[in-house]
Design a protein around this ligand. Structure first.
Ligand code: PRT
Length: 105
């Protein structure tokens, strides 16, 4: 978790940085749609690794997914803290129960 929080801070600090020196800055400079597209590409690569049952490859692709998700969130003005708060709000509520409440409510 500490690594993810540190990475989020590093990524935030790359906004407006030199695109020749920072990959995150390069993505930001291409706009939020491009950041979202890259996240989608990495997610698909993770899906393929999972389907193939390749644990090493899936671990690497999952790291790419998390990195690109943080870039996308930052580009859209959503912080990791915002997402953590949403997860915290959901803590203790079963997904099954939540879905049932949505269907009936
Ligand atoms: N965790 C990562 C990380 N994971 C993946 N990547 C990069 O994500 C890219 C994905 O590769 P692709 O082939 O899909 O993309 P590409 O072909 O380079 O780009 P496109 O032309 O397709 O847009 C590679 O360049 C990887 O190096 C990362 N780049 C940076 N980080 C972290 O982010 C920090 C800030 O990085 P910079 O912004 O580069 O300073 C670094 O210190 C790292 O901790």
């Amino acid at each position: 978790m500490e690594v993810l929080a540190r990475l989020a801070k590093t990524i935030e600090s790359r906004q407006g940085a030199d695109v020749k020196k920072s990959y995150a800055a390069k993505l930001f400079s291409r706009g939020k749609s491009k950041c979202a597209e890259k996240f989608g590409e990495e997610a698909i690569e993770a899906i393929i690794a999972a389907a193939k049952g390749n644990r090493k490859n899936l671990t690497e692709e999952a790291a790419d997914v998390l990195f690109h998700m943080l870039v996308m969130l930052t580009a859209c003005g959503v912080s990791l803290d915002d997402v953590m708060k949403e997860l915290q709000r959901r803590e203790g509520t079963s997904g099954i129960e939540e879905k049932r409440a949505r269907a009936t409510g």
